[in-house]
Design a protein around this ligand. Structure first.
Ligand SMILES: [Mg+2]
Length: 245
């Protein structure tokens, strides 16, 4: 394929074991730069994270954050523009539901970066009991609030937000010169499923095996072996693909 953009999830896909930002992450950026290809990170993390990524990695021109709720780009003055992909009414409904959630479940820990979020909020579920998690998810169902569980968070939002919608908005608004068929997506978890379902070129790094049986929609290509976990899998796949062209 004639690759122009590599879209990629962040946690567990560009970081190793959901934590380590290794040298391979920088190798991925460098490899794409050499080949004139763009990396666009598509993550459930907050807008503030997007600011961090765009500020400190000058090869990144745009990122999609909050699970597809917002696109951040750097403009000609080198400032960062925010493009919210949901309307103001949905932003307000989400604020109200979050307030109620904290009243009903005072022990439910919102993620430390929730204060900086605009189009979604996140819960740190690591230390929550299964029963407690089930009650919170039931609360979201009653309120008709959407949610998704990633490796680190339960994210929730109002409106039609998905990584797929974020990526399609990016192609439409920011890079209309790029066709869907000239782009790839890398992911590793259930919150990447909208991309696995609807995006033609999707690749799962090998650590996806931990949740493969729980996925309703799987990536078209699934990498195997410990050597293809996280960013190593991304880099190996890109190198192989670019060598073929
Ligand atoms: Mg992930």
């Amino acid at each position: 394929m004639n690759l122009k953009i590599a879209f990629s999830d962040f946690d567990g896909t560009l970081t190793l074991d959901n934590r380590e930002l290794t040298k391979t992450f920088f190798d991925v950026i460098e490899h794409l730069k050499i080949h004139g290809q763009e990396l666009v990170i598509v993550s459930g993390r907050s807008i503030s994270w997007g600011h961090f990524l765009l500020t400190h990695f000058s090869n990144l021109k745009g990122v999609i954050m909050e699970g597809g709720g917002v696109i951040l780009t750097r403009n000609k003055r080198n400032d960062i523009d925010e493009h919210l992909l949901i309307d103001q009414g949905e932003v307000q409904t989400l604020a109200n539901v979050t307030e109620e959630l904290q009243r009903v479940f005072p022990k439910c820990p919102l993620s430390a970066d929730s204060f900086g979020r605009k189009t979604d909020r996140a819960i740190e579920f690591e230390f929550m009991q299964d029963e407690e998690i089930a009650q919170v998810l039931q609360f979201f169902k009653t309120k008709k609030v959407n949610y998704s569980k990633s490796n680190v968070h339960i994210n929730f939002w109002c409106g039609d937000v998905s990584k797929y919608n974020g990526v399609m908005a990016y192609l439409e608004k920011i890079r209309p010169d790029v066709d869907k068929s000239e782009a790839l997506f890398f992911g590793d978890a259930p919150n990447d499923q909208s991309m696995f379902q609807s995006f033609e070129n999707s690749v799962g790094v090998s650590n996806i095996r931990h949740c493969l049986s729980r996925l309703e929609h799987k990536p078209r290509i699934i990498l195997e072996g410990v050597e293809n976990e996280g960013p190593n899998g991304v880099l190996n796949y890109l190198k192989k693909m670019n060598a073929l062209n």
